[in-house]
Design a protein around this ligand. Structure first.
Ligand SMILES: NC(=O)c1ccc[n+]([C@@H]2O[C@H](COP(=O)([O-])OP(=O)(O)OC[C@H]3O[C@@H](n4cnc5c(N)ncnc54)[C@H](O)[C@@H]3O)[C@@H](O)[C@H]2O)c1
Length: 299
């Protein structure tokens, strides 16, 4: 089945896209991307710490310029969240490591207008967009499914599902309209919980299954464009979210790592390495896949 023809006027960011098209016709941007990382621009959500921050660090090291977004709401958490969001200071520290190669923005990925604006700012600052990593996510749990409050499910679906959905909706049309869509990539961070049920985490598990569903649907819609959509499914990785998960279970992160064959926690940089491969031009073959970056979870 062929991909539907793309219409520049068919989505809310279309006026911004027209500007981008003019930019793309300028001398510097008119050619095909050479595909070298140094030509590439990425946008990462959930970028202020953890896996998102490690991804920004690695992509910068590989020569990308990066827009780094995070909600940065600190301890102003949603009901049921047992740990804080990142803070403006976290984002400032990340940005401070990379000077003008990072555009740091406080943006809630659940706000589609704010995501369109962030993409617009990316085009104004860097002139193109080649890779997108939807890493923003939260974990709420600790109760069996039938005792889980509806508001916990709502928050998990708002951030983990609608946030990823919006990130795709705001960025995919821009990548399709750029000079070289076949070298562009969309990477969503799911979880080992995207393919199996985890005890007392039914709502989180459902949200991460949905992330994989979004990626599979995208891959079907992108047939023939060359733009690849991939889900990454990390195992237990040393971040504030994992510490909170261990607290829920009354155990330690190190004990959680015993569920993966490596018998140790993954470091955020190790998961970022898998994400960077998915972002690369060479990552095209991963399209439509779920890449398990989980150290052998369940073995
Ligand atoms: N750490 C693990 O063991 C593990 C395992 C599997 C999957 N994951 C997934 O990896 C991703 C990154 O998690 P992490 O472990 O680095 O967690 P983390 O809590 O350290 O980082 C998540 C970041 O997302 C930001 N964020 C949350 N909601 C947001 C929103 N609406 N808009 C923008 N930013 C938002 C937070 O402020 C935070 O900086 C998440 O999607 C998580 O579900 C993590």
């Amino acid at each position: 089945m062929r991909a539907r023809p793309f219409s520049m006027n068919s989505f809310p960011g279309s006026s911004m896209l027209s500007e981008f098209s003019m930019l793309s016709e300028s001398s510097e941007l008119s050619g095909e991307s050479s595909g070298r990382p140094s030509d590439r621009v990425a946008l990462v959500t959930g970028a202020a710490r953890g896996i998102g921050a490690a991804t920004v660090d690695l992509l910068i090291e590989q020569g990308y310029e990066v827009t780094a977004l995070d909600i940065c709401r600190g301890s102003d958490v949603s009901p049921g969240m047992g740990y804080p969001f990142a803070t403006p200071d976290d984002l400032a520290v990340l940005a401070g490591r990379h000077g003008d190669r990072v555009l740091a923005l406080e943006v809630d990925a659940t706000d589609l207008d704010a995501m369109h604006s962030a993409v617009n700012q990316t085009l104004v600052r860097f002139g193109r967009l080649d890779a997108v990593v939807a890493a923003a996510g939260v974990m709420i749990g600790g109760l069996p499914q039938w005792q889980t409050p509806a508001e916990h499910l709502q928050t998990l679906f708002d951030i983990n599902v609608t946030g990823v959905w919006n990130t795709a909706a705001a960025t995919i049309p821009v990548m399709l309209a750029g000079s070289s869509p076949a070298t562009c990539r969309f990477v969503a961070v799911a979880s080992a919980a995207g393919e199996r049920g985890l005890f007392n985490l039914a709502a989180y598990t459902a949200s991460k299954h949905a992330v994989i569903g979004i990626v599979r649907g995208l891959a079907a819609d992108l047939v023939g464009t060359g733009l690849a959509a991939v889900a990454i499914a990390p195992g237990s990785t040393r971040t504030p979210m994992l510490a909170a998960t261990a607290d829920l279970y009354g155990t330690t992160p190190t004990d959680l790592a015993q569920h993966q064959a490596l018998r140790r926690l993954l470091e955020p940089g190790e998961v970022a390495a898998a994400i960077a491969l998915c972002c690369s031009v060479e990552g095209a073959a991963l399209n439509g896949s779920v890449i398990r970056a989980d150290g052998g979870f369940g073995q």
